[in-house]
Write a protein that binds this ligand. Sequence first.
Ligand code: GUN
Length: 295
Amino acid sequence: MTQTKIIDGKAFAEKLRADIARRVAKLKTEKHITPGLAVVLVGDNPASDVYVKNKAKQTREAGMNSYEFRLPEDTYEATLLAKIEELNHDPNVHGILVQLPLPKQINEAAVIHAVDHKKDVDGFHVVNAGLLATGQPGFVPCTPLGCLMLLKDTLGDLSGKHAIILGRSNIVGKPMAALLLRENCTVTVAHSKTKDLPALVKQADIVVAAIGKPETVKGAWLKPGAVVIDVGINRLPSLSSSLPAGGAQGGKLVGDVDFESCKGIAAAITPVPGGVGPMTIACLLENTLKAATAS
Ligand code: GUN
C-alpha cells in the first residue's frame, strides 16, 4: 500500500493569491497601474452566479479592480458583442472574461473571437490557442494552468513522464495536452470514443481527468504510484430531498475520479472540492496581472 498524498489545491491557491497581491501592490506603486478584470454574465444560471461572485471577491482581495456586467437571459448576440467591443477599448480593463455557458441564441465562438486576444485572460481565443499549440508565449486557459502548477509542485521535473488526459475539450483537454508536451511529457489524449480506457490509464505516470462524469476513473485502472489530477466537479443527486448533503443545491460534490478506490494506489491525488477548483480563479488573477503588466 502506498501512502497517498492529498494535494492541497486550496492551500496552494491561497499562497499564489498572496504572491499575486504582493506583485499587484508593486505594479501600483512603481507603474501606477491597477489591474482591472471585467466579468460579463449573461442570464441567471445559479452555478455561474456563484463563480462570478467568487471571481469578483478574489479579484478585489488581490488589490485589483473588478468590473461586473450582468445582462438578461434574452440578450441579443449583437448587444453582447457591442459590450465586448467597449471593454476592448477601455484602458482600465486589462482582462475580459465572458462567463460560459451562454444562452442558446448566442454563438460562443463568435463571442470568444470578439475579445481582444491581449485581454483574453481565459486563454480561449484562437490566437492564444495557436500560440500555446506552437510553444509561444500567450494566455493559457486557467484550469489546465492550475493543473500544471500542482503537477510541478508534486513531481518537480515532468520530462519523460507518460501523461494521459481524459477529455479533449478546448478549455481543458487540448490546452492541457499542449502544456504537458511543452514539459516534455509523452501525452495520450483519451475521449469518449477511446477503446479500452483502463488499459491506457494503466500505462500513465500522470492522469488528468476532465470528462464530466462522476467517479469514473477507478483505483484498479491506475499504475501504482501515478499522480492523479481530478478536474471534474459533479454534484450527485441528493439522497434526501429534505436534508441536502452538499448544500442548498442538493447532493455531494464529487470529481471524475473515484477518490476512495485510488487511495493507497496513487502516489498523489487532488480532492474534490479543494483540489483543482481553487487553482482556476488564482490562475485567472495571474493572467489578469500578466495582461496589466504587458499593457
Ligand atoms: N465557466 C466555467 N468555467 C469557466 C471558465 O474558466 N471561464 C469562463 N469564461 N467560463 C467558465
